[in-house]
Design a protein. Structure first.
Length: 113
């Protein structure tokens, strides 16, 4: 799938990623996920009640975004050699967000299949 950005730059994205890439993205988070357990009051019998919630570092979320974009990006302006680096040195933040939204849409569709 090719997207032409407002600047005229062209980005080619995969419409689907391989199962291996999909699992790599999934495991990226699960390996870094921590569970936070806090006391959350008491039961009627007076025993402590606990609440467990997932916790993830903000830096890990940013790294996951970079990894996801790299998995979906095929080429930038027709160049398949280091397309991520070339794209990041060329486009602005608004165009990056457009690309990321499209990748999120593609990834979401793949997970629903």
């Amino acid at each position: 799938m090719e997207i032409t950005l407002p600047s005229g730059n062209k980005v080619e994205l995969k419409e689907n990623i391989t199962a291996r890439d999909h699992l790599e993205l999934k495991h990226f988070i699960t390996r870094r996920l921590k569970l936070r357990t806090e006391q959350d009051g008491y039961t009627k019998s007076g025993k402590p009640q606990f609440n467990t919630a997932p916790e993830i570092n903000g830096e890990d979320i940013a790294e996951l975004e970079i990894l996801t974009v790299k998995k979906y990006l095929v080429s930038f302006n027709g160049d398949k050699q280091n397309p991520y680096e070339k794209m990041m040195d060329t486009i602005n933040g608004q165009e990056y967000e457009m690309i990321k939204e499209k990748i999120d849409e593609l990834h979401s569709l793949q997970e629903k299949k």
